[in-house]
Design a protein around this ligand. Structure first.
Ligand code: ZN
Length: 108
């Protein structure tokens, strides 16, 4: 029960972080991300999937492509660079690439 409330609070805080980031209030956005993560750690709850990649793992800045983050795609991965601290996060997308290369194999 407590954990369910924790998830709700985290989601609310992360939504607030997003709206602050969109208004270019980077400091407030970062603070909301920080609070959301603290709740998550206290109640052993993961960051909701939708927001998992939306902040810098190093400085907690909210990452908006072209505003506070640079996003590049290539060689089977997505590279996200934080414009605040320069940290780089890489995510694979090989599965999607494979599916595109052999669309018929996927249907079977
Ligand atoms: Zn950063």
């Amino acid at each position: 029960m407590e954990r369910r409330i924790a998830v709700e609070r985290m989601t609310t805080l992360l939504q607030l972080a997003e709206s602050e980031a969109l208004q270019r209030h980077a400091g407030r956005a970062r603070r909301y991300v920080e609070l959301a993560r603290k709740i998550g750690m206290r109640y052993n709850v993961r960051v909701p999937a939708r927001f998992k990649r939306s902040f810098c793992k190093k400085c907690l800045a909210f990452l908006l492509p072209a505003v506070s983050a640079r996003v590049r795609v290539g060689r089977g991965r997505i590279v996200v660079t934080c414009n605040t601290c320069g940290a780089v996060q890489r995510y694979p997308y090989r599965r999607e690439q494979k599916a595109r290369r052999a669309p018929r194999a996927r249907a079977q």
